[in-house]
Design a protein around this ligand. Structure first.
Ligand SMILES: NC(=O)c1ccc[n+]([C@@H]2O[C@H](COP(=O)([O-])OP(=O)(O)OC[C@H]3O[C@@H](n4cnc5c(N)ncnc54)[C@H](O)[C@@H]3O)[C@@H](O)[C@H]2O)c1
Length: 256
């Protein structure tokens, strides 16, 4: 089975690729474990010293010809992680919609052209929620995004569900909470501080927390999000039925 990971050069995408290399197989439509024959990473940038077993295709999600080349016509598994992150999509309205909405739509249409409908995992976000919220959010809580990024994610959830209803893909959207601790430098995500307040002091670097001690954050570790992505992928289509969107579990902590 061929696997494509968009955003495969990123924080979660590259870790997912290494986990899939280690696993070696993925469940197919018949529920049998099928050997992974190739993992292609699609991204605009890659880490140094990428594992030689991975194929890297450098390109922009909005370049459909490049996306189609990366898919190659016979990809059975698509993990769609490429995205302009929350703060970036809020700061650059045009770029956010272009990549997060138009890019996803283009990828979905390219996925339709595969020999068989691929299984398609989309990384949505808890940023789809906002406004007045209940104490506990569940899969039935109505999304009410208060930013462009959350709006783009919830629109794409509907696209993934509708393309699945039509049988063009076998899609699943996972709403990721904040993944912490993210290594490296701070990024443009609004929740970047959730890693920064742990990572920077460990490196002897000061970190300014932009929210109060009582601010709640819904957290999941890098290891657990990779497990969840693979688990959600492997669940049979019948498990999902008409509901193609779930919130990933996590722990809620206050900054203090
Ligand atoms: N990390 C989190 O806390 C978190 C929380 C909620 C949702 N998510 C979602 O999970 C996914 C992965 O997140 P991450 O933390 O690994 O982010 P990341 O920024 O590390 O990786 C995203 C990758 O997408 C690539 N990309 C951006 N625009 C592109 C374009 N036009 N064409 C091709 N590639 C492009 C970037 O180069 C980057 O490598 C994203 O969809 C994100 O919205 C992440």
């Amino acid at each position: 089975m061929k696997v494509l990971i968009t955003g495969g050069g990123g924080f979660i995408g590259y870790r997912l690729a290494l986990a899939l290399l280690n696993k070696g197989t993925l469940s197919n439509a018949e529920g049998q474990q099928e050997p992974i024959s190739q993992i292609t990473l699609f991204d605009m940038a890659f880490p140094e010293n990428v594992d030689a077993r991975l194929k890297c295709v450098k390109g922009d999600l909005n370049d459909i010809a490049c996306v189609e080349t990366a898919l190659g016509g016979d990809t059975g598994a698509v993990f769609h992680l490429a995205s302009v992150v929350s703060g970036g999509a809020e700061a650059d309205f045009e770029l956010g919609y272009k990549v997060n909405l138009d890019g996803t739509r283009g990828l979905l249409d390219a996925s339709r052209k595969q020999a068989k409908p691929p299984r398609f995992v989309f990384t949505s976000s808890v940023a789809v929620f906002g406004g007045e919220l209940p104490e506990v959010l569940d899969d039935g809580t109505t999304p009410n995004p208060q930013g462009s990024y959350g709006a783009q994610k919830v629109i794409c959830e509907y696209l993934v569900t509708d393309y699945s209803r039509k049988g063009y893909i076998d899609g699943r959207s996972l709403r990721l909470p904040t993944i912490s601790v993210r290594p490296g430098k701070p990024n443009l995500a609004a929740s970047s501080f959730a890693s920064g307040i742990i990572r920077e002091p460990l490196n002897g670097v000061p970190s300014v927390c932009p929210v109060g001690r009582d601010a709640k954050i819904w957290l999941l570790s890098p290891g657990k999000v990779i497990e969840a992505l693979i688990h959600a992928y492997e669940l049979p289509s019948s498990t999902w039925g008409v509901t193609r969107v779930i919130n990933l579990p996590g722990n809620t902590a206050v900054v203090g």
